[in-house]
Design a protein. Structure first.
Length: 421
């Protein structure tokens, strides 16, 4: 193997990229496509839960007025009044028939139906036969899987708000009367409760237990949460685009040895991968993605790029078109096995088993730590695994390239002669 010949191949490839306008245009496309894939997806998911105001959510109010303590009450009207001043969703106030039709045809993602006896049941707490009030929540799960969760959160919000309104309206005296009905012997306790600040009593019944929410790491937006996955995925996609459009071998073996071709042509692929990642990095900075450690993010991204590019390039250089299929297969598996979006623990056992063997698992961890909060042991482990993958694939390539290259070349020639690929 001659170092001079390796550089000769590299120089030849570089000259070929700049002397032909059609090649230059193709190279530009190769560089831009992966970055567009990452940036557009990150931007699209930047703040989905903050952009639900255009999602249609039907509200049906069948509630009837009820007189309580000489006051006419209608909790259904209270819900409607609050939602009219709420921009979380596009609340649409319609009849029950129209709501059901809209759910069927996909006009509405979800609907809440307030029954005609809603206020009556709420106020039954002051009677001998209290009845729990119910709201009917209907969701069309066929419409969109994520919308289902968003609408469910909205339904919980409505339930919480109406519970609070009920407590504000039905004062602590109603709770005292209810208790007295069940246990007269507790009258001394009720007498003492009457001296308690009524707002405190209401707060207690509304929420007797508070949850103190804290975060070890806080993320600025949903786009930053998803960025590690889409950045790592775009790097792999970029490698596949490179091997799909550029040749990794010379069918004429008279001038160069297989290893000279392997190392010589590798240079162009690495440069293209670095250019792809550079454009992606620029896009990330322009979007304002959260970055705990920008330097480690940039260095980690370039390391992942070099490893992924060499890995995919080696697949195709060693086994031809079958290597492209292998790279695509691994891509498909990595979408579900790398803890990128869904926790790996909720996936089935097959994907959980594969996760530690997927390169993107460690690539995502490197980027995630650099962006969202640096935990050095995990970051260093990811970097170490990247170097191990790099060393292993190069050693394997050196060991088998010379032995199988002729057979693979013959197979590739037969493929080209078919004029199908």
């Amino acid at each position: 193997m001659s170092i001079n010949k390796i550089f000769q191949i590299f120089k030849k490839d570089m000259k070929s990229t700049i002397k032909n306008p059609a090649v230059i245009l193709t190279i530009i496309v190769i560089i831009l496509l992966p970055s567009l894939y990452a940036i557009l997806n990150i931007d699209a998911f930047w703040d989905p839960y903050g952009n639900t105001e255009n999602m249609d959510f039907a509200i049906v109010n069948n509630d009837k007025n009820v007189t309580y303590n000489s006051q006419s009450l209608n909790f259904g009207d209270q819900i409607v009044g609050e939602l009219k001043n709420n921009n979380d969703f596009n609340w649409t106030f319609v009849s029950e028939k129209k709501a059901m039709n809209g759910l069927e045809n996909g006009s509405y993602y979800a609907a809440i139906i307030i029954p005609k006896n809603f206020t009556q049941n709420v106020l039954s707490i002051d009677s001998l036969n209290p009845t729990k009030a119910n709201l009917t929540y209907i969701i069309n799960e066929k419409t969109n899987p994520v919308a289902t969760k968003m609408c469910e959160n909205a339904a919980n919000m409505i339930q919480s708000k109406i519970n609070y309104n009920i407590v504000q309206t039905v004062d602590s005296e109603a709770f005292k009367q209810l208790t007295a009905l069940g246990a007269v012997s507790q009258q001394p306790m009720l007498n003492s409760l009457s001296q308690v600040n009524s707002s405190n009593v209401e707060d207690y019944f509304y929420s007797p237990v508070d949850l103190d929410k804290q975060k070890t790491v806080s993320t600025d937006n949903y786009g930053s949460d998803l960025a590690p996955f889409y950045i790592a995925l775009s790097i792999w996609v970029g490698g596949i685009i490179c091997v799909a459009l550029l040749k990794t071998r010379y069918l004429d073996q008279s001038s160069y040895s297989p290893l000279e071709v392997y190392f010589g042509k590798m240079g162009l692929f690495i440069i293209l991968g670095i250019l792809q990642s550079t454009v992606t990095l620029i896009g990330c900075f322009c979007l304002g993605i959260q970055m705990e450690n920008p330097l480690m993010f940039v260095l980690g991204d370039y390391l992942i790029t070099i490893v992924f590019i060499i890995l995919i390039y080696s697949f195709v250089s060693l086994i031809g078109n079958a290597g492209k299929a292998l790279a695509i297969l691994i891509l498909v598996l990595q979408i579900s096995t790398t803890n990128g979006i869904y926790p790996i623990e909720v996936m089935n056992s097959f994907f959980q088993y594969l996760s530690p063997y997927m390169p993107m698992t460690y690539g995502i961890n490197i980027i995630r730590n650099a962006l969202l909060g640096m935990y050095w042991p995990t970051f260093k482990t990811g970097v170490l695994i990247m170097f191990i993958i790099l060393v292993i694939i190069i050693i394997i390539s050196i060991l088998i390239k010379e032995k199988f290259d002729k057979s693979v070349n013959k197979f590739e020639q037969l493929i080209e002669e078919s004029e199908l690929f």
